[in-house]
Design a protein around this ligand. Structure first.
Ligand SMILES: C[S@@+](CC[C@H](N)C(=O)[O-])C[C@H]1O[C@@H](n2cnc3c(N)ncnc32)[C@H](O)[C@@H]1O
Length: 250
């Protein structure tokens, strides 16, 4: 397996969408305009970045804790979680247009409207949320990019971990699930690498499992199945999971 990339990588070598001057290209995707029908809760491209650091006060107009999911797909988790927890603010990030449209139609009908939906990229986390703004961060079944030459496209890398650390509240929690053995190993390696190089901003591993449902059947992460997770479980794939918090010194 490819070894972790050095943390000192220059920004120029990173995926462009991590960079401050990145702009989404004007898309001719037909779903771009269709998503405009859901302006009440859908924000497109950079629109969400205007609320960085002020989501609860400006957008939700309350002081409820902010939960963020990256790569919501068809939104099964978001759907369940927002309706079971009316006292939170929830933001879903998904970059595929058609998937976003299909989800937006379902979301419109939900009785509890405690969410916003960003047609945007997870790489923009630090541009979208202020320091310590996120109470819970969810990252379920991210695209595994299985080919070696595509590993660099995996979102879970040192740079991303630094952003996640910055955006999480001091007592924030980062929940991760994956079906993919190689991506899970990659996550563990990158986490170790990140922690070694960032002794003041370390993540603490609260839970690490190679078989979540067997080892932690009562855990919150075993209490729901995302759309992709249902498929993997039917195929007999073991679900791998991580729960991370910020390590505090002293
Ligand atoms: C394998 S699907 C999992 C969807 C959902 N979390 C589930 O478990 O059912 C991964 C999703 O992440 C989205 N995605 C991948 N990379 C992303 C990125 N950089 N930013 C936002 N969404 C992304 C994909 O479009 C896709 O819908």
């Amino acid at each position: 397996m490819k070894k972790s990339e050095p943390l000192t990588k220059k920004p120029q070598e990173l995926n462009r969408s991590f960079l401050e001057n990145f702009r989404y290209t004007m898309s001719h995707n037909p779903y771009h305009d269709k998503l405009g029908e859901f302006k009440k809760f859908v924000l497109l491209n950079e629109e969400g970045e205007a609320h960085r650091g002020h989501w609860s006060s400006e957008v939700f107009k309350n002081t409820a804790p902010l939960c963020v999911e990256i790569g919501s797909g068809y939104g099964d988790f978001m759907h369940q979680y927002t309706q079971l927890n009316p006292d939170i603010n929830f933001i879903a990030i998904e970059h595929r247009f058609k998937r976003s449209f299909s989800l937006a139609r379902k979301l419109e009908a939900l009785p509890v409207q405690n969410f916003r939906y960003l047609r945007a990229k997870g790489e923009r986390l630090h541009m979208t949320f202020g320091e310590g703004e996120i109470q819970k961060l969810f990252f379920f079944f991210p695209d595994p990019w299985p080919k070696n030459k595509h590993h660099k496209k995996r979102l879970f890398q040192s740079y991303f971990l630094g952003m996640a650390y910055q955006c999480l509240a001091p007592d924030g929690i980062f929940y991760i699930k994956t079906d993919h053995d190689n991506y899970f190993e990659w996550m563990l390696e990158h986490l170790e690498h990140y922690n070694q190089h960032n002794p003041d901003k370390k993540f603490k591993i609260e839970l690490k499992s190679f078989d979540l449902r067997q080892e932690y059947p009562e855990h919150f992460l075993s209490s729901f199945k995302t759309k992709f997770e249902k498929i993997f479980i039917e195929q007999g794939v073991k679900i791998k999971a991580l729960v991370l918090t910020k390590e505090h010194r002293g």
